[in-house]
Design a protein. Structure first.
Length: 253
């Protein structure tokens, strides 16, 4: 079991889906959890769940595309808990649109939230980690990241953002290693979250996707969160710069 006792973790996009599960899992393993997202009221609901576990926690509003908001959240987390040891860069969106119909605004929105948002959060948190002398960043990408991953139709902007996250992870791992900051990336496949509701609304498409997964099922958010917790803990102290796929064997198939 990962030991995160007395560690402080900032999780973006934590009001629902995998972000919420990451928050609950980190709390289970003893971390102080900063729950952040664009809707603070929904973050507070997650905080109330965490408090029932006896963990220390804080809800903060955060638009990851706004540098000033990122800075305020990092400052508030440090003020509340005395430091910031872990960042889980989870905030992201997936909006389906055929490539030839995709607008510049839709492209920019997805890249701003999914990729620029991770850059801004990693930069601000890494500056704090440098002061502390250590830290861990876990970026969330997707099997839809191209190259070693999979290309998907109708989400070219999403795929581009997730491929960028994988590449950024490797670059940051090399650059930040001398500061004792580890950076890894988790690339989930088909996971039971609100993000796949659009796919599930078309049973034939969903069944076709499941047919490509050797385990023949969608993953559970908790299964991804356990991997994130491991990478955030000292149990993975010699792992950095890795893109870890959790997809039920999809890529292998």
């Amino acid at each position: 079991m990962p030991n995160l006792k007395n560690k402080t973790v900032l999780i973006t996009g934590a009001r629902r889906g995998m972000g919420r599960t990451h928050a609950l899992t980190m709390a289970k393993y003893g971390a102080n959890v900063v729950v952040s997202d664009i809707n603070q009221e929904e973050c507070q609901k997650v905080v109330e769940e965490i408090k029932k576990q006896g963990a220390k926690t804080l809800a903060l509003k955060l638009d990851v595309t706004k540098k000033d908001e990122v800075a305020k959240v990092v400052k508030a987390a440090v003020k509340e808990f005395g430091g910031l040891d872990i960042l889980v860069n989870n905030a992201g969106i997936a909006e389906f649109k055929p490539f030839l119909e995709m607008t510049e605004e839709e492209w920019d929105k997805t890249l701003d939230i999914n990729l620029k948002g991770q850059f801004l959060c990693a930069q601000a948190v890494a500056a704090q980690m440098k002061k502390q002398g250590s830290g861990v960043i876990v970026n969330i990408a997707s099997v839809a990241m191209g190259q070693q991953g999979i290309g998907f139709p109708n989400i070219a902007h999403y795929c581009a953002s997730k491929g960028g996250i994988a590449a950024m992870t490797e670059a940051l791992a090399v650059e930040l290693a001398p500061l004792n900051i580890r950076v890894n990336c988790v690339a989930p496949g088909l996971i039971e979250t609100p993000m796949i509701d659009t796919v599930k609304s078309d049973p034939k498409t969903f069944e076709a996707m499941l047919a490509q997964v050797p385990l023949r099922r969608a993953g559970k958010p908790e299964e991804v969160s356990e991997l994130v917790a491991f990478l955030a803990s000292d149990d993975s102290s010699y792992i950095t710069g890795s893109v870890v796929v959790i997809d039920g064997g999809w890529l292998a198939g």
